[in-house]
Design a protein around this ligand. Structure first.
Ligand SMILES: [Zn+2]
Length: 377
């Protein structure tokens, strides 16, 4: 028999889909944003997976995947529980905004950071409304989730891919070798999950940049680093006009993850209808293809293309259409094209592509030395 799982007003009932709401952010006008909660539980006991999306208002493919995925037919075969939250940022969704109007930060960088709490600094602003809500929501996640998937979109026309975070371990508490071994086991398990999903894979930044960019405070970053569960961020191409092929392939990939986790019977489904890039090496994200001047950029390389160092990525023109500067931008490293920046008119230093480039940094690594000493109030 499946164990009871509650989140807000949603309470699991074996063999059914239950709907409810979790009290999120209270606004000064007396209104509050509750988060919609779906709990789908099989009659057989099994793991619990959290499926979250809608933290970025213009990214609509993730909710579409969840609405397609979670059906009574699925529940009839399910062992274990799906806890789904299709709208993590209701204010952002209402206004199609990446950053909701009531905070000034990307909400997907506001999950707990694991640092020790210090006395609040009276000269600094306290926790934001979103941080407070996510700190509370992290408690039931920690208590119930065995796996987590968070669904997003990248650029128009970008490929469907998984962001794979590196697994960090502590060197300041316990036995470092044991901590490292735990991280390696977690990393290997997560690789199994990512392989089961079956889409292209882009590694996140190496540790220093990862922490600097607060990526450890993303939904999947916090679930991985603090809850120590296999987690992944999915990027599903175009956001405001979801590509049906990517939505279908993501639903299929998610069912494959459920099969891998022992939550669904049957063979792994083939992933069809989308580009899956397999360059034969690990690759990480980079924004390093930049515009050398104020010019027109005609992208030559397209999402999904594998490129080698020196290949032409784009032609450069002036506004009359004549060659600009060296006339081309070339790849600085081997890799593949994840997506193009929107438009053709660029200022100096603006990023032209999201690329994945060859990645030699370790996939399991220690936290920076001073990480747990620098917590702020
Ligand atoms: Zn996003």
């Amino acid at each position: 028999m499946s164990k009871e799982i509650r989140l807000g007003t949603a309470v699991s009932q074996p063999g059914t889909i239950q709907y409810g709401q979790w009290d999120g952010i209270v606004h000064p006008t007396g209104h509050s944003d509750w988060l919609p909660v779906i709990i789908a539980q099989g009659k057989q006991d099994g793991p619990c997976i959290w499926l979250t999306t809608g933290i970025h208002g213009p990214e609509h493919a993730g909710p579409a995947v969840l609405y397609q995925l979670i059906t009574q037919e699925l529940v009839d075969q399910l062992a274990g529980t799906i806890v789904a939250i299709p709208a993590l940022s209701p204010a952002g969704i209402r206004t199609k905004s990446y950053v909701p109007y009531h905070v000034d930060t990307n909400p997907n960088r506001l999950w707990p950071d694991g640092r020790p709490k210090k006395e609040p600094d009276p000269e600094k602003t306290g926790l934001s409304s979103v941080e407070e809500a996510f700190a509370r929501l992290f408690e039931p996640l920690l208590a119930t989730a065995d796996f987590l998937i968070d669904y997003h979109n990248a650029q128009i026309g970008s490929i469907s891919f998984v962001f794979r975070d590196r697994v960090l371990y502590r060197t300041d508490v316990g036995d470092t070798e044991a901590n490292k071994a735990e991280a390696e086991a977690l990393s290997a398990k997560m690789d199994g999950m990512i392989a089961a999903y079956g889409h292209s894979v882009v590694n996140e930044y190496a540790v220093d940049r990862y922490i600097k960019n607060d990526l450890h405070r993303s939904t999947s970053g916090a679930a991985l680093q603090l809850a120590r569960i296999p987690s992944m961020t999915l990027e599903l191409g175009t956001g405001l006009m979801p590509d049906p092929a990517i939505v279908n392939a993501s639903a299929a990939g998610t069912r494959n993850v459920l099969r891998w986790a022992g939550m669904l019977p049957g063979e792994i489904e083939p992933i069809t209808g989308i580009t899956v890039v397999q360059p034969g090496y690990q690759a990480r994200r980079t924004l390093q293809a930049k515009s050398p001047g104020a010019c027109v950029v005609l992208h030559v390389a397209q999402p999904g293309d594998v490129v080698q160092k020196g290949d032409v990525l784009a032609e450069l023109r002036d506004v009359w259409g004549r060659p600009f500067g060296e006339g081309v931008v070339r790849a600085e490293a081997d890799g593949f094209v994840v997506g193009r920046s929107h438009g053709i008119y660029f200022y100096p230093g603006q990023t032209l592509f999201t690329l994945a480039i060859r990645d030699d940094a370790p996939l399991v690594a220690p936290y920076p030395d001073d990480y747990f000493k620098t917590g702020e109030g």
